[in-house]
Design a protein around this ligand. Sequence first.
Ligand code: NAD
Length: 381
Amino acid sequence: MKIGTPKEIFQGENRVAMTPDSARQLQKLGHECLIETGAGAAAGFADADYKAAGVEVVKTAAALWKAADVVAKVRAPNETEMKRLRAEQTLISFFSPVADETNMNKAAEKGATVVAMEMIPRISRAQKMDALSSMANIAGYRAVIEAGNNFGRFFTGQITAAGKVPPAKVLVVGAGVAGLAAIGTSTSLGAITLAFDVRPEVAEQVESMGAEFVYLDFEEEQKDGAETGGYAAVSSPEFREAQLAKFRELAPEVDIVITTALIPNREAPELWTEDMVAAMKPGSVIVDLAAEKGGNCKLTVMDEKIVTENGVTIIGYTDFPSRMATQSSTLYATNIRHLMTDLTPEKDGVINHNMEDDVIRGATIAHAKEVTFPPPPPKVA
Ligand code: NAD
């Protein structure tokens, strides 16, 4: 089969879904690879690198979509791309079946197959294809770097001839994939790092990374925010109050807050309130990774950096993976390559779209002229 990757057309998107390395691996599965000219440039991959890896460089997006049996890209297709999608073609990309419902229906009507990377189930076997996790990992890392870039002091404490410098105090709210990456980055830079999550079972992991888990004085703690398939559930009002009270106590002493709290299919829980921002010291920084879903911080403005009257910088960028496009393209292209490995069981360049396979079934939202979302719950954990 011919696997093609067009240049991303979403404004400011620097990632690319195929790298020269991933193309080499795809060819080992018996596939041919195509790339639109310039598609990898913003991520640091030149046409010549692709050519050297045996990839055919195609001049236009239209020609690429026409030639490819499988189109692998990053962002969900826009209107032009939807027009190019055709029957019997497979599209692999981020594609929110809820937000892009119209396009999902259109794809099914056309007889195209769509594999939505958001929908890869969070089960052990699928970790190597879990693009949400690989992108969240980058976002967590970058959030700390961005915070450091906007913070006027060191992360680590120092005793110098010119005086003693206290370490920065960082609070990470939500210790899922992005949160753990943020915690690891923050501790490695030498900051005193605190972390909170509604899932107390992550405490051990947080502590093993050299951070301090923030416990609440709340009897029902174990019962709230219970895990369902690797994700948190909604907290009770009492638990939420206890959490906010703890954050109010911490607000005046922390220098940097990274918020990553997420409950699937919901707006982000509001956890860092206006009065907490007001209580922070001037020069403090908040990076709100949940900005796209409304923000964990009340004052976050999506895709912007603002400075409050009391001198707190609040960053609401939603494109952290794109800001590290070489790394994110490498990981995303690897996620796609692993998916293609499962779709090509005989390594003979022939795709077997096995809807009996939990992972393939879970991520496929349109197939054989039908909308196949939502999927049945996965059988294996
Ligand atoms: P995840 O599900 O792995 O982690 C979210 C964590 O939040 C979980 O551990 C959950 O228990 C915790 N949580 C839920 N409610 C909470 C609460 N009330 N208090 C404290 N913790 C709570 O998700 P993830 O993959 O780490 O993604 C985190 C966020 O980062 C998401 O909102 C995602 O959309 C976002 N993200 C942003 C960017 C960007 O560029 N800004 C990029 C990638 C991901």
